[in-house]
Design a protein. Structure first.
Length: 143
């Protein structure tokens, strides 16, 4: 009988907290699904950075195709941190972070960033939450 009493107490205890736990888990970001290409990675990073992060797109929806050039789709995410505008983009087969003010616009309209900060993962489908963690760490180092 003691076992049934303990089991009933455990069920009651779990029932009282289960909805809160399930709600907290549902509120967590999706850590299982990885992006399918560089553009999806950029969009996911922008979403994690918050509503002030803006994706500058250079192609229409669904028009980007991975070409292994190392530059992704050419799109970028811009956001503000401590009064400075930053740019997150893919180039030279790596994910990069740069201050907008350090960019030099070339004749063809592309921008070269002096003093860019190369982030660790080189995979076009790196985990967005990992990239955001690296971005925040780099911002803390440089600000």
């Amino acid at each position: 009988m003691d076992h049934l009493t303990h089991a009933a107490a455990a069920v009651t205890f779990t029932h009282n907290f289960a909805s809160g736990v399930v709600g907290a888990l549902n509120a967590c970001p999706d850590l299982i699904r990885l992006p399918g290409d560089a553009h999806e990675t950029l969009a996911a990073v922008a979403a994690l950075l918050g509503p002030a992060a803006k994706v500058t797109e250079y192609h229409g929806p669904g028009e980007y195709r991975e070409d292994n050039s190392g530059f992704g789709c050419g799109c970028a995410v811009s956001f503000e941190h401590r009064g400075q505008v930053w740019n997150f983009h893919r180039g030279d087969s790596s994910w990069n972070l740069a201050r907008e003010r350090d960019g030099e616009v070339l004749e063809d309209g592309s921008t070269v960033y002096n003093g860019r900060h190369e982030l660790g993962p080189s995979d076009t489908t790196a985990h967005p939450q990992h990239l955001v963690t690296l971005i925040r760490a780099r911002l803390d180092e440089t600000s």
